[in-house]
Design a protein around this ligand. Structure first.
Ligand SMILES: *[C@@H]1O[C@H](CO)[C@@H](O)[C@H](O)[C@H]1NC(C)=O
Ligand SMILES: *[C@@H]1O[C@H](CO)[C@@H](O)[C@H](O)[C@H]1NC(C)=O
Length: 322
């Protein structure tokens, strides 16, 4: 029974992984996938439900897309906080946990089993997978959602209430939708949001973003000259990846936060940069040591014109030096 249950959930997770194709290799951190091996371990709790119910789960995640054309993304990697480990350990105790006497396992009252979105999408622990479901709006999410994936759908707009009061939300991934509009308040009051992935959409204007973000990918959108507000990233002290490729941007968004490690701006329309874009012309001892990965290739910029602009960097930007 246990083995069979493992196999069934294994299939569910495999299916989720396969249904999340990546059009081109993306250099994300290991933090990308949160359905971890640990989630597989939560399997034990599947013993509590009848097998035919588990089969229904599989049925709901069958995608309609043309899967064989698409490359599966990297397998889920282990990446969990201690906090989360503790949580799942108590789940394995299966209802006998003293703090939660009414608790009944992974599909019990705490896991949104009867939440309508979880019948359509797949909810595993605090992760909600809605990839490839032809959705045209963000579905209502369980209040404890921490990781939300809704890639390869047809969502056109993000409304101000879509994520309202989801205070546990840590990652939003809406890669490959049709988003052209985002309400100014859509991401406000998400105190834990760390990763925002909106690549491959039609976004023209970025709303206000929480300063807690560590990872932003808005590549392949339509931000153009005005889509990013002045000083949009200034106060993001923990931001380490900023990916803004293929957006027709005509400038480098400044100031760049101090802890930024990777800045990808390839295939834009950036024409010039200044000596103080990265460095501090008034203080030659200043070193921007975190910023190791700057991509400016595919821009009409001649990096040789500003030789002083790279003095404080650990590595030269990649781009045209002719
Ligand atoms: C120059 O930069 C260094 C390194 O960031 C800093 O310690 C120093 O205080 C700066 N000096 C001035 C005059 O701002
Ligand atoms: C790039 O700038 C350098 C230095 O100003 C100059 O010598 C070179 O001709 C420029 N290249 C192009 C293609 O404009």
């Amino acid at each position: 029974m246990k083995t069979f249950a493992r196999l069934v959930l294994g299939l569910v997770i495999f299916d989720v992984a396969v249904a999340a194709p990546t059009p081109e290799p993306i250099n994300y951190d290991s933090e990308t996938y949160d359905a971890t091996l640990e989630d597989l371990d939560n399997l034990y709790s599947y013993e509590n439900i009848p097998i035919d119910q588990a089969e229904i789960e599989i049925g709901t995640v069958m995608p309609s897309g043309n899967r064989e054309l698409l490359t599966p993304p990297p397998l889920p990697e282990e990446e969990e906080s201690e906090e989360k480990e503790e949580e799942s350990t108590s789940r394995l105790i299966d209802g006998s946990s003293p703090q939660e006497p009414e608790f009944t396992g992974v599909l019990g009252p705490h896991t949104n089993e009867d939440f309508p979105t979880c019948l359509l999408c797949t909810c595993i622990s605090t992760t909600v997978y809605c990839d490839d479901h032809e959705l045209d709006a963000i579905p209502p999410l369980p209040k404890n959602t921490a990781y939300f994936y809704s890639r390869f759908n047809r969502i056109k707009k993000i409304n101000k209430n879509d994520f309202a009061s989801l205070t546990d939300l840590k990652r939003i991934d809406l890669t490959s939708n049709l988003i052209s509009e985002i309400d100014e308040d859509a991401f406000r009051r998400l105190p834990q949001l760390r990763e925002l992935v909106l690549r491959d959409n039609k976004i023209r204007q970025l709303p206000e973003l929480p300063t807690t973000l560590t990872f932003i990918d808005i590549s392949n959108n339509r931000l153009g000259r005005k889509g990013i507000k002045q000083e949009a990233f200034k106060d993001m002290y923990d931001l380490h990846h900023l990916y803004l490729t293929d957006n027709n941007l005509d400038h480098i968004p400044l100031p760049l936060p101090e802890n930024l490690r990777a800045l990808h701006l390839q295939n834009n329309n950036i024409l010039e940069m200044h000596e103080d874009t990265f460095c501090n012309v008034k203080n030659l001892t200043y070193i921007r040591k975190a910023l190791e990965d700057i991509r400016l290739d595919g821009n009409p910029i001649n990096l040789s014109k500003t030789p002083q602009a790279y003095m404080c960097l650990p590595r030269l930007p990649i781009g045209s030096l002719v």
